[in-house]
Design a protein. Structure first.
Length: 106
């Protein structure tokens, strides 16, 4: 019985570790994908009077926002964010989010 419980506990920990490794984003790929984002959010991701700053935000929060835009749960003026997010895979969202999270905030 102890061996079975230990096995289940080890498998659970391994699944958690695998999930967190997969959730990480590639900064270099994120920087490439963010080139289009710079048109509105600026080269430094700090935005301006018309567009919000996204530099330094938590990566998980940015992924939540991107997924909400993709699903239509969240909207933007002229549907720009919905159109951009619609083409992103989950990994690409993680990459872009990791890139912007690595930048200094306002």
């Amino acid at each position: 019985m102890l061996n079975k419980n230990l096995f289940i506990a080890v498998m659970f920990v391994l699944m958690l570790l695998a999930g967190s490794a997969q959730a990480g984003g590639d900064l270099a790929r994120g920087a490439e994908l963010a080139e289009e984002c710079a048109n509105c959010h600026g080269e430094d991701g700090k935005g301006d009077d018309d567009f919000p700053g996204i530099a330094g935000l938590d990566a998980a929060t940015l992924v939540i926002f991107l997924k909400a835009f993709k699903s239509g749960e969240r909207t933007s003026e002229d549907d720009v964010m919905q159109e951009y997010a619609a083409d992103l895979t989950d990994q690409e969202m993680a990459d872009v989010a990791a890139y912007y999270a690595s930048l200094p905030a306002n």
